[in-house]
Ligand binder design. Sequence first.
Ligand code: PMP
Length: 445
Amino acid sequence: LDAIDRAHLIHPVSPWRVHEQRGPTVLSSGRGAWLTDGNGHELLDAFAGLWCVNVGYGQESVVQAATEQMRKLPYATGYFHFSSEPAIRLAEKLVQITPASLTRVYLTLGGSEAVDAAVRFIVQYYNATGRPSKKQFISLERGYHGSSSTGAGLTALPAFHRGFDLPLPTQHYIASPYAYRHADGADPQALIASSVAALRAKVAELGADNVAAFFCEPIQGSGGVIVPPKGWLKAMREAARELDILFVVDEVITGFGRTGPMFACEAEGVEPDLMTMAKGLTAGYVPMGATMMSEKVYAGIADGAPEGASVGHGATYSAHPVGAAVALEVLRLYEEGGILANGQRGAAHFAAGLDALLAHPLVGDSRHRGLLGALELVSDKASKRRFDAALGLSDRIFAAGYRNGLVFRSFGDHILGFAPALTFTEDEFAQMFARLKKTLDEVLA
Ligand code: PMP
């Protein structure tokens, strides 16, 4: 299989050197937090796939929900005002569990499509409400918002721009609230004030009449798990309101219990104008995402009578009935199945395990909220000096972790990311941190 994989299957963004260091991996099965590869090697998955398998592998009731829906009605287009029961029930459910400002749901195939849809809805909204000049978008450095041209442009990570004319002329960035490496990082209030000032300054520079929206993740994921201080999201939300721009929260990673509550917005008391989500919505079992919006935004773009939910955007697999049936069952597992509560209980073990590794000679920073966390490796703790990129240290750690039966993520700049399933037990946390410590010690030796 490995030879055919190398010959024909294109893999996203991962360098082959990772594969060389670790050896080929064809994953063959999963149960709970555990994966088995083709050689029978058992792995503890501390990254929930790609921060998505929040309910763990092998949930039989999810398989059943998908199978039943496939048998009954595998496909229904949302075009021509057709609909399916799971899609309708899911929309109703999402409105119930998200902040009260969000009342309308557009179902997509994943996060990138949800972000694209949000941008298209926003532009349509301003066009329809007589302010067509509002077309500029502001996002955060180190933000990640997807792999389409629009999403990659909102993403402020150079690897996603290289070779393309990105960001688009309508896309602009302000500094990330990266406490560990920000001049105001030691003082949470100063850091918040600095982000608010940066947003105001950027809107002033572009002209308030030209700025459509500010996009952010409540905690930046792919940029290295950057956890802003409590109160940051709310302050940015208020600033956006004062500046008369829409506030879009990208909860693709942070949603569905990843940071504790169902959505990170909830803990911050934030009501966004739009929200994007994916990953934990179907927990990776089938692809699905969603773009949600307020009644105000929807009313601006709705085609015809308010009850005729229709917008100028769509795709073949929008509101896919099997995706929706799976999402409904996954949501039931978070709530009635107790998985959300289990994740909240696990957060203390997760935090304690990461923080204990601050004593390790390689670890400069430990940051986390809920079950989303990272360790940042430095060559000198006092100066926070990064390791030379040429060392490929985090790739070596990733490969060593795999040999020790642990899966997590290595970011290029020597940040290790962790996002265990919400089903992790105390014993699994103990195994995770024992394997991680062993891995760091081996790489140091
Ligand atoms: N937004 C955020 C915050 C994400 O983390 C991601 C995926 N990592 C996306 C959007 C894009 O989602 P997808 O990969 O499902 O297209």
